[in-house]
Design a protein around this ligand. Structure first.
Ligand SMILES: Cc1cc2nc3c(=O)[nH]c(=O)nc-3n(C[C@H](O)[C@H](O)[C@H](O)COP(=O)(O)OP(=O)(O)OC[C@H]3O[C@@H](n4cnc5c(N)ncnc54)[C@H](O)[C@@H]3O)c2cc1C
Length: 443
């Protein structure tokens, strides 16, 4: 993990001349052109921020943390995301069952970052010309690049589509309607059962399990605004089955006592668990859509009749933006190999943070924020010729929220119970932290 000092200076290449990389393309509103006359690659980096223009690809937890720090330090940057608003996906599953909640989970980028935000899908990186290529032909020049494209996964846990805020919120409100079937007499829980599927996770990480658990938890009915009001009523009318291919629930890095408690909480909530069973007819199943009858089959011959199937089988690294540029810098799951300073191996001015960085730790929003701190500090340090900061993965902290009033977790290797998890996470799911980072007030 040998690191490189000196930011872009380490490349031994010349900056794109003004206009280069934008040839024949529209210049983005508010976009500053880096001043190439002051910034010769292979020489010392100028501290003049006029020579610096950071492009951040991906406005997830890592991207918004990096953008707000650059903004606070007056360092020129452009945040690019295919969506027009940040998605607080940590609360995506509550938004799927609680009407009116989704609007708290999408936060406009342009209100916070104004002309420093550009909506667009990145389809490639031109390493020779130091530009980020957008669908539609536009190219954004960079002196430093932060790749924060995160991961994709099945809806409703993730929402990775080119979309506007209104449509994204509506997708979750529609999901709430699938979960609750409304008749002419008023809102009732029409589903007799729902199935959350866990088929093993792509990353070998926590998300598959977390998603399943959150789905099961959410469908279990601790939805305070529910027309039926109490979780007890919901549980009576609504059977949730969680199918999981492994014998134990939750992440393998968690303490056995935490994993056991997860199981017990779900059982107490009335969730039916089918463990060590794998769904065998997944391709035929309608996902996230209420139906009068759906038959789910497992490899052990079990059949479950249900009305709604929610897929929670893990996430995949979203490498489409950088795959062709960094083909030989990719781990087998598509994550970017980075050194201890979070620089993509071999590139002193390109950083990878969050889920798309190949770091041996669970993929978590919290970690993405810590990575952003390091990447921004190192961009500043490289400009000022200071030593770079190394990233050191810390002890595992994991809070599993199981409804608004329940949960379990571990902090630095120690078991923490319901009260702590409830106070620290379950009520708010860290939504207020994201609104604070975006310096906006929640609706
Ligand atoms: C249901 C669920 C619950 C979770 N709960 C927790 C939790 O409680 N605590 C926790 O710490 N972590 C949790 N996580 C994990 C956490 O959400 C992720 O680790 C976190 O989102 C990673 O942040 P990121 O910035 O790397 O990427 P992401 O949040 O995935 O964001 C990536 C962004 O990049 C954009 N993007 C991708 N490709 C392109 C492209 N080509 N062009 C333009 N834009 C692009 C996407 O639109 C997206 O906005 C949960 C995840 C899920 C799915």
């Amino acid at each position: 993990m040998g690191g490189t000092r000196g930011g872009a200076a380490g490349l031994g290449q010349r900056w794109a001349r003004p206009g280069q990389g934008l040839r024949g393309r529209r210049k983005t509103r508010g976009q500053r052109q880096p001043n190439s006359t002051q910034f010769e690659m292979g020489s010392q980096v100028s501290v003049d921020t006029g020579a610096v223009h950071v492009v951040i690809v991906g406005g997830g937890f890592g991207g918004i943390a990096a953008a707000s720090q650059l903004q606070a330090q007056n360092i020129p940057f452009m945040l690019v995301d295919m969506k027009d608003s940040f998605h607080h996906n940590v609360a995506a599953l509550r938004a799927s069952v609680e009407s009116g909640f989704a609007k708290k989970t999408f936060i406009s980028y342009s209100v916070t970052f104004r002309d420093n935000f550009r909506q667009g899908k990145v389809i490639g990186i031109d390493l020779k010309n130091h530009t980020v290529l957008l669908q539609g032909g536009e190219a954004l020049p960079f002196s430093h690049l932060i790749l924060a494209t995160g991961s994709t996964g099945p809806f409703p846990g993730k929402f990775n589509e080119v979309s506007c805020q209104e449509a994204a919120i509506q997708a979750y409100e529609d999901m709430v309607k699938q979960v609750r079937h409304t008749d002419g007499c008023g809102a009732v829980w029409a589903g007799q059962s729902a199935v959350a599927l866990e088929q093993g996770d792509y990353l070998g990480g926590p998300h598959g399990c977390q998603n399943s658990l959150r789905s099961a938890e959410s469908l279990g009915g601790e939805t305070q605004d529910s027309p039926l009001n109490t979780c007890v009523v919901c549980l009576c009318l609504f059977q949730v089955t969680l199918i999981h291919s492994k014998v134990q629930l939750a992440d393998k890095e968690l303490l056995p006592s935490v994993r056991q408690e997860v199981k017990e909480i779900l059982l107490r909530k009335g969730v039916q668990l089918l463990l060590s069973e794998r769904v065998s007819n997944l391709e035929e199943l309608p996902l996230s859509e209420f139906r009068d009858y759906i038959k789910v089959q497992t490899d052990k011959g079990t059949e479950v009749a249900t009305n709604l199937v929610i897929l929670c089988n893990g996430i995949k690294i979203n490498s489409s933006a950088y795959h062709s540029a960094f083909e030989n810098r990719l781990a087998s799951n598509g994550a970017l190999k980075v050194n201890e300073f979070l620089q993509v191996e071999g590139y002193s001015n390109i950083y990878a943070i969050g889920d798309c960085a190949d770091i041996k730790e669970p993929k978590m929003a919290y970690h993405a924020g810590l990575h952003a701190n390091i990447a921004v500090a190192n961009i500043v340090n490289s400009m000022k010729q200071r030593p770079l900061k190394a990233y050191k993965p810390g002890a595992l902290t994991f809070l599993l929220s199981l409804g608004r009033n329940d949960g379990v977790g571990q902090i630095s290797g120690y078991y923490v119970g319901r009260l702590m998890v409830r106070l620290a996470k379950s009520r708010d799911l860290f939504i207020s932290t994201s609104w604070k980072t975006m310096r906006q007030s929640p609706p």
